[in-house]
Ligand binder design. Structure first.
Ligand code: XMP
Length: 522
């Protein structure tokens, strides 16, 4: 079992970042809601505990409090449990111990310069004067007994503290965000110097262990996986193939709304290059017939979702017939953020995406579920994919929605409209890549508008379609900014589309951010 550091989530928007930074430091970390029972956490044998920030004030009537039992926890070896409180985590700790937290009239938000008063442990290697990121309402005004200040700023006489007789620390600022210059060092110091971790978490070790674990779990049973060609399912396919070889069968469905060349590329990569058993099902006709005349985006999604399940079920039956037995496992590329989303302190958030590509499959088909990436962040899946030799074109791919181009042909989807959109989209993406801009944006695509406009080509009047280009920067798709692509680049792309795609005579660029717009147009 890995060394691990447990993070108690008090509702901070940065909680996931804490976990990522600790893992980047080479120590496995997991997030639990602050309402979890201490005994449950102790059972995980953590090396240390981090209390996250949070939006509350300790004086709010329904503020999450820290029960004193957390502060006297012991590790498996009997030593006191190291604890680092961050922002609200520090205030909750101090409040519980009889320190004083002052109610703030307004938030302190932004950069401050840290003066280090004691660099013995938590702040070792952190230069005095370096920048830290503050984002808090209340702050600590009197230390609990047995604690002392190890750093201050102009505004905050108590910016970092430690306990004299136990391995408890607290910081008022946020070491997990990039604006805190030496935040990584601070979290590393906590993991290594304070908790005594040796650092046994890496992508390479994950691959070895997961491979062994899947082998042990799957035994000689068969596994199926819905492959979309996106990062998560692709890396899952290669990892599972490494573990169970030909006992993995991937199902790849042509739903008629894939991008240009995608149907062929996925088959080339997985069947021909990786030699993975691939069942490629061309159901384009079925999907497009059912989509005919449908303009409402949610109905498009429903039709595609339901048809996918139906096609997938049929493909599974064929696999059962071919193998002469039923695969026991269905693998899915679920990631850690989906898992925490459903257990986090705030409870299932309203922003959970309704768009789950294979939603409903497992219940209907009575499979056991394999989720090899359940504890991973996307960046970790990418790193694992690289180590497994998954091509960079897949690893660095922009997200692509399950309903595909159906929600990018606005209004009813026709084969003709899809053909135009595919060409325009391919030009946009090719040009982004050849200008070195593809990796600078989070997602980019073309949208075919249900609008015709007048144009002139040579001496003739044209009356053709309008295409919109959309490119956004984002961290997680929840919020996004339109990407300020250079004018000459946009001019070049527009020129190519209008010249090369017969049927499109006008190109516009979408300059709306999310919110209030969404990334997709439908
Ligand atoms: P929106 O348009 O909601 O998109 O700002 C946020 C992210 O989700 C993707 N998206 C979907 N993904 N099925 C999916 O698998 C869907 O129905 C769906 N709708 C939007 C979108 O491409 C963006 O990355």
């Amino acid at each position: 079992m890995h060394e691990r550091i447990v993070i108690l989530d008090f509702g901070s928007q940065y909680t996931q970042l804490i976990a990522r930074r600790i893992r980047e430091a080479g120590v496995y970390s997991e997030i639990y809601p602050c309402t979890v029972e201490p005994a449950e956490v102790v059972a995980l044998s953590p090396k240390g505990l981090i209390l996250s920030g949070g939006p509350s004030s300790v004086y709010d009537p329904d503020a999450p409090q820290l029960s004193p039992s957390w502060l006297s926890l012991r590790r498996d070896d009997g030593s006191p449990m190291p604890i680092l409180g961050i922002c609200y985590g520090l205030q909750a700790m101090a409040h519980t111990l009889g320190g004083e937290v002052a109610r703030a009239d307004r938030r302190e938000f932004g950069r401050a310069h840290l003066v280090v008063d004691d660099d013995a442990d938590l702040l070792a290697g952190v230069p005095s004067g370096s920048t830290v990121w503050m984002s808090h309402g209340d702050h600590l005004t009197r230390l609990p007994e047995g604690y002392r200040v190890i750093a201050h700023t102009d505004n905050a006489p108590i910016a970092a503290v430690k306990a004299l007789h136990r391995p408890h620390f607290g910081v008022q600022f946020h070491p997990e965000v990039v604006h805190t210059e030496h935040g990584r060092t601070i979290l590393q110091n906590f993991a290594y110097r304070v908790c005594g971790c040796a650092g046994d978490w890496s992508a390479a070790s994950f691959i070895e262990e997961k491979t062994r674990e899947i082998r042990a779990q799957a035994g000689d049973e068969h596994v199926i996986l819905g492959l979309s060609g996106g990062v998560d399912s692709s890396v899952a396919a290669v990892l599972l193939h490494r573990a169970v070889g030909d006992r993995l069968t991937c199902i790849f469905v042509n739903n008629g709304v894939l991008r240009k060349g995608e149907w062929e590329q996925v088959q080339d990569t997985f069947r021909d290059h990786f030699r993975i058993r691939l069942k490629a099902v061309d159901a384009a006709g079925l999907f497009l017939d059912r989509l005919a005349g449908v303009a409402d985006p949610e109905r498009k999604r429903k039709i595609i979702g339901n048809t996918f399940i139906e096609v997938f079920e049929r493909a599974t039956e064929e696999i059962v017939a071919e193998l002469g037995r039923k695969p026991k496992y269905l693998a899915q590329g679920t990631l850690y953020p989906d898992v925490i989303e459903s257990v986090s302190f705030k409870g299932p958030s309203a922003t959970i995406k309704t768009h789950h590509n294979v939603g409903g499959l497992p219940e209907k088909m009575d499979f056991e579920i394999l989720e090899p990436f359940r504890e991973l962040f996307k960046d970790e899946v990418r790193e694992i994919g690289r180590l497994l030799g998954v091509p960079e074109t897949i690893i660095g791919r922009h997200p692509f929605p399950g309903p595909g181009l159906a929600i990018r042909v606005l209004g009813p989807v026709t084969r003709e409209a899809l053909a135009l959109l595919r060409e325009a989209d391919a030009i946009f993406i090719d040009e982004l890549k050849s200008h070195g801009l593809y990796d600078d944006v989070w997602q980019a695509f073309a949208v075919l508008l249900p609008v015709q406009s007048v144009g002139v080509m040579g001496d003739a009047r044209t009356y053709e379609n309008v295409c919109a280009l959309r490119a956004v920067t984002s961290v997680d798709g929840m919020t996004a900014d339109w990407a300020p692509l250079p004018y000459d680049f946009l001019a070049h792309v527009s020129n190519r589309i209008v010249n090369e795609v017969r049927g499109i005579n006008r190109v516009v660029y979408d300059i709306s951010s999310k919110p209030p717009a969404t990334i997709e147009w439908e």
